[in-house]
Design a protein around this ligand. Structure first.
Ligand code: ADP
Ligand code: MG
Length: 253
C-alpha cells in the first residue's frame, strides 16, 4: 500500500441481525504501520466489525478492501491467508496442551475448523515445519521459556500473548486484537503494550478493541469511536479525549 492507499479500507459496512442494526454504515481505514483503536461502550458493534473484517460474518452491505483488493464476502480462511491475523474476545486456547502445540495447531488451522482432523492430517515434514514456525513466533513474543508449559498454567497476560503468537504464524500484515488487555494487571498491560509497539516497528499494523483508556491513549496512533452501531468520532487519541460526543457516550449522557 502507498500513502494514498491505506492497508485496510472499511467503507460503509453494515450488519443487521434480525431487526437489530449491529453495525451501521461504518467507515474507517488502517494505514500501514499504524495501531488503530476501536473503542465504544458494550454493544456498540466493535466485535461485529472485527467479524466483518475477518470474514467470520458477511456484511449486509458495504465493502472491505485490504491491500487494494476486496475481501468482504470472502471466507475467513482466505482472508487469513491474505494476511489478516486475529485473536478473539474470549481466550480460545487448549489449556491442557503446551504453548508450542497451541501455536502450531492455530497455525495449521489458518482459519479452518476441526482441530483434531487437522492434527491427524499432518505428515512428518509438515509437522516439523509447523513446529519450527511456531517456535519462532513464540520467541518473537518472548514466551520461549514457556515453550513446553501447559497453556492453562500461564498467567492471563501470557495467555493473551500466546494467542498473539498464534495469530502471528500466518505472517499477518494486519493483526486484529479484540480486547487484548481486558482483565490484565497493570504490569501485564505494560508488557502487552511493549510487544504491540515492537510488532508495529516490525511492520505489522494493528487494529484493536480496548476499554482501558490509559492503555489505548498511550498506544494508538488513531482512534475510531463507535456507539449503537455507528461511528461517532475518529481522530488522534488527544482529539478523541477532548471530544464531547465521546465523553457523552462513555458517561451515558
Ligand atoms: P461490542 O463488541 O461493541 O460490545 P458487539 O459487536 O458484540 O458489540 O454487539 C453489537 C450488537 O449486536 C449487540 O447488541 C449484540 O447483542 C448484537 N449481536 C452481536 N452478535 C450477534 C449475533 N450473532 N446475533 C444477534 N445479535 C448479535
Ligand atoms: Mg466485543
Amino acid at each position: 500500500p502507498t500513502a494514498a492507499e491505506p492497508l485496510l479500507v472499511v467503507d460503509r459496512i453494515s450488519k443487521t441481525f434480525g431487526g437489530l442494526v449491529a453495525v451501521n454504515e461504518v467507515s474507517f481505514t488502517v494505514k500501514a504501520g499504524e495501531i488503530v483503536g476501536l473503542i465504544g461502550p458494550n454493544g456498540a458493534g466493535k466485535s461485529t466489525t472485527f467479524n466483518l473484517v475477518s470474514g467470520v460474518l458477511q456484511p449486509s452491505s458495504g465493502t472491505v478492501m485490504f491491500h487494494g483488493e476486496r475481501i468482504d464476502g470472502r471466507p475467513a480462511r482466505a482472508i487469513v491467508r491474505r494476511g489478516i491475523g486475529r485473536t478473539f474476545q474470549h481466550v480460545k486456547l487448549l489449556p491442557g496442551m503446551s504453548v508450542l502445540e497451541n501455536v502450531a495447531i492455530g497455525t495449521h488451522l489458518r482459519g479452518h475448523s476441526g482441530v483434531w482432523r487437522s492434527i491427524v492430517r499432518l505428515n512428518g515434514a509438515d509437522e516439523t515445519r509447523l513446529l519450527a514456525e511456531a517456535a519462532r513466533q513464540i520467541e518473537r513474543v518472548g514466551l520461549e521459556k514457556h515453550l513446553h508449559d501447559e497453556a492453562g498454567s500461564l498467567a492471563l497476560g501470557q495467555q493473551r500473548i500466546l494467542e498473539i503468537a498464534r495469530a502471528l504464524c500466518v505472517d499477518p500484515t494486519l493483526l486484529l486484537l479484540d480486547e487484548p488487555a481486558a482483565g490484565l494487571r497493570y504490569q501485564e498491560k505494560q508488557a502487552l503494550a511493549v510487544l504491540l509497539r515492537k510488532l508495529r516497528s516490525e511492520g505489522t499494523s494493528i487494529l484493536l478493541v480496548e476499554h482501558d483508556m490509559d492503555f489505548v491513549m498511550n498506544l494508538t496512533d488513531h482512534l475510531v469511536v463507535m456507539e449503537f452501531g455507528t461511528k461517532i468520532a475518529e481522530g488522534k487519541p488527544a482529539e478523541i479525549q477532548a471530544n464531547p460526543a465521546v465523553l457523552d457516550a462513555y458517561l451515558g449522557g
